[in-house]
Ligand binder design. Structure first.
Ligand code: ATP
Length: 755
């Protein structure tokens, strides 16, 4: 609403607004819905029935229309400014959560609101915030009137956009206070002038602690979006510290798709007779009706093959892929980008710089692409153009997390699909989801269209040594993520086929995982004692037992894989069928010596061809066929792996020598340039490198590789490599040049620069 130019017109506008506020207050007060009532259960108003203040022409008696049960925004007691904002945003009819909660929220009640993902909870709190401050005639001199807290920065940014749309015609000042921004000092200067703060918990507390005279004593409305997450253990301390600095007399609105009713959780917020509004509590499903959900068994070592095949089969879709750690996201993004699937790739995780995160988020909103993400994108985000698929490569930590992840698709009136990869040991999750009213169908993967990538990944790791470190980190952080999960019924790190998993990432050797060894050790200890008790312990040492355990897991895996691969499965492609398959057992039986293998399984790290030129799994070449059974001698297998390891070590060594030589030459060139008074600006942002997109040229990729290689090199120097250098300088010197040669090279360079 534009400010009138003349004084008289401004006065007139003020008076009109005063009158409007008076009417709104009377309307709200006189038609208050009964506490505990559900406005959704009340009939809608008849069409063409009068709205607002109604004066009987004959008796002159004043009455107000009922707003509990209203289905359209204009039927609510809200200001013209908000109505205009809603109209501008294209919002006319209310969603169920808005119908149920707005009448209670507008009359000042505390709300604990739960509704499915994508059902319009944002407007259910943005409108009451604007209206409360409007009716209180809040101005710049009044300071902070409302605080809206969001668990993630992207979500906070999105809420800010909604507030800007609906609040466009109001005169309040609002600010987005989120971590990762460098301009905290500028924020500190302005924060006291802001009326509405949208913030993440950490940044808000930082202002409370550090900003002089930061004052929230007049706060009217506190909102927690994704409330269960903010009340969760991770934010608990911060939230308690924040709430302790807020006035007790205020309205509090809590919203989430998965709401907490735990008295303990809510006690710190000191809610006053809150309205529990759960519009979909009695619904048949906990997720949106237009969402088609599927789950399938994917053994750990085949997850990347399956993901790659899935992406290749859906090149025209917008796909959101969830992985459990930043390092995994980085690795899969970098590796797949180099393999060029034919669709732009993006990645999002908490370790990226804020500007880049926001950039990636808005790019994904706009275009068809694949976004690899951690749970940072799992809650609240409303990607502008609908997401077609949500793919959960790593199992979510619990049912709530699953619901939020899949909720990034099928929002408001649109449809969407999701697929969950479950390892055989995670099948319990399927039961939990079904028990929580998640209509998820179990399907068999179409392995006919499975395109193995592990061999390509090993080649990548040889070609780009910095990728090896990314793969190692991904490997370790994934195992750690399983290790630290609370739900041990689902997540058991000891059941993971770690050698096969490591090979599937293209790693030549399984990295050592300290916490895993400790866990194994304690497990073995307990197993040992059981065996001793039953007097059958044959005297093998611990490491032999541990090795045995892993080898035996191999055997079982192969059997399972054979089933997995041979089943006649429905299509994984766009129009996939949804036949229910058998659930494979996750338990593993101890066995020894001869290993049965599935020769078709892509377990190797390189492609091997048979005499007819068909690709073969490397181990298949060593297998013997006896009476239809394919068997592999353990010694042969070990020998094969030993040979592979040695080959890779050799290649790795050569690569390192070359790399050191290249770096030395580069340093020399730099020195020369410096001498000439020239400066090189090679300070690059690592995050930028991480978040590039698919389709970059080879030259560009090389440039990036070089940059990150320096980082990789110094990093590895501090680990194992340093020792190697010190112990064996000959390895380095073999590829190096003498001081004389270096001087000659420098002179040549200088001459070429002069000419
Ligand atoms: N009354 C309405 N009319 C039309 N569109 C609406 C209405 N309310 C919300 N929307 C749209 O529905 C989509 C989902 O809304 P919103 O993001 O508020 O959902 P949510 O319930 O908060 O989801 P989540 O639980 O994932 O956070 C948005 O694109 C929003 O613009």
């Amino acid at each position: 609403m534009r400010r009138p130019k003349s004084r008289a017109a401004r006065k007139q506008q003020k008076n009109t607004e005063f009158q409007e506020i008076e009417i709104l207050n009377e309307w709200i007060e006189s038609q208050k819905p009964e506490s505990g009532s559900n406005p959704l259960a009340i009939d809608p108003l008849k069409s063409k029935s009068p709205i607002g203040r109604i004066v009987d022409p004959e008796s002159g008696v004043v009455s107000f229309s009922r707003y509990a049960g209203a289905r359209k925004f204009y039927e609510l007691p809200i200001s013209k400014r908000t109505k205009n904002g809603l109209e501008r945003g294209g919002f006319k009819k209310m969603t169920d959560i808005q119908v149920a909660s707005l009448p209670h929220a507008l009359c000042g009640r505390d709300i604990l609101g739960a509704a499915k993902t994508g059902s319009g909870k944002t407007l259910a709190f943005v409108i009451p915030v604007l209206e409360k401050l409007h009716r209180e005639r809040w101005g710049p001199e009044d300071g902070v009137g409302s605080i809206i807290i969001s668990p993630t920065r992207e979500l906070a940014g999105q809420l800010f956009d909604v507030l800007k749309t609906v609040g466009k015609y109001h005169t309040f000042s609002a600010g987005l206070l989120i971590g990762g921004r460098k301009d905290v000092d500028v924020e500190k200067e302005r924060v006291n002038e802001l009326n509405i703060l949208i913030c993440t918990p950490g940044r808000l507390l930082q202002h409370m602690d550090e900003t002089p005279n930061f004052d929230c004593s007049q706060l009217q409305v506190l909102v927690l979006d994704e409330a269960d997450r903010i009340l969760d253990i991770g934010f608990k301390k911060t939230l308690n510290a924040i709430v302790s600095q807020l006035p007790k007399r205020r309205q509090t609105l809590l919203f989430s798709a998965t709401q907490t009713k735990s008295v303990q959780d809510l006690a710190s917020l000191s809610l006053k007779d809150p309205e529990y509004i759960s519009v979909h509590e009695k619904a048949d499903t906990a997720t949106p009706n237009r969402l088609q959900q599927t789950a399938m068994i994917v053994p750990l070592e085949q997850k990347l093959d399956m993901l790659w095949s899935f992406i290749k089969a859906h090149l025209k879709s917008k796909i959101l892929v969830f992985l459990s750690s930043c390092k995994e996201v980085k690795f899969v993004f970098e590796a797949f980008k180099k393999l060029r699937p034919g669709i732009p790739l993006k990645c999002l995780h908490g370790r990226m710089k804020q500007e880049i995160r926001l950039g990636i988020y808005s790019q994904f909103c706009e275009s068809r692409s694949v976004l690899f993400s951690t749970d940072v994108a799992s809650r609240g985000l409303d990607f502008n153009k609908a997401v077609d698929w949500v793919v959960q490569v790593d199992c979510p930590e619990d049912v709530a997390s699953y619901i939020h992840r899949v909720g990034r698709t099928a929002r408001y009136l649109s449809g969407g699909r999701s697929v969950l990869f479950l390892m055989p040991s995670e099948m319990k999750m399927l039961e939990k989801l079904q028990a929580a009213k998640v209509p998820i169908q179990f399907i068999k993967a179409n392995t006919k269209r499975l395109e193995p990538v592990s061999s390509l990944l090993s080649a990548l790791l040889v070609k780009y040594p910095d990728m090896q470190q990314l793969a190692q980190r991904a490997f370790i952080t994934y195992l750690r993520s399983i290790y630290i999960q609370k739900d041990k019924e689902i997540f058991d790190v000891t059941k993971l086929p770690i050698d096969d998993y490591s090979a599937s990432l293209g790693l030549p050797m399984t990295p050592k995982v300290r916490f895993l060894n400790q866990k194994k050790k304690s497990k073995i200890e307990s197993e040992k004692s059981t065996i001793i008790e039953s007097e059958t312990f044959d005297g093998e040492n611990e490491s032999a037992v541990a090795k045995e355990e892993l080898l035996v897991e191999d055997v079982k895996d192969n059997k399972e894989d054979k089933d997995f691969l041979l089943k006649d499965a429905p299509d994984l492609g766009e129009g996939n069928a949804t036949e229910t398959g058998d659930i494979m057992p996750a338990t593993r039986v101890l066995k020894k010596k001869k290993l049965k293998i599935n020769v078709h399984r892509p377990v190797g790290t390189r492609v091997v061809f048979d005499e007819e030129g068909n690709t073969q799994a490397p181990l298949a070449m060593l297998a013997e066929k006896t009476s239809g059974e394919i068997q592999l001698d353990q010694d042969k297998k070990n020998e094969y792996y030993k040979k592979m390891r040695e080959e890779l070590k050799q290649v790795d060594k050569e690569d390192k020598v070359l790399e050191r030589q290249r770096l030395r030459e580069k340093r020399m060139k730099k020195k020369m340039k410096l001498k000439k008074g020239q400066r090189e600006d090679d300070d690059e942002d690592e995050d930028e490198y991480i978040s590039g997109s698919e389709g970059e040229g080879e030259a560009d990729a090389n440039k990036k590789r070089k940059r990150s290689k320096i980082y990789f090199h110094s990093d590895s120097d501090s680990d194992g490599e340093k020792g190697e250098n010190e112990a064996d300088p000959a390895g380095i010197n073999a590829g190096s040049i003498s001081l004389e040669e270096q001087e000659q090279l420098a002179l040549k360079l200088l001459n070429s620069m002069h000419s």
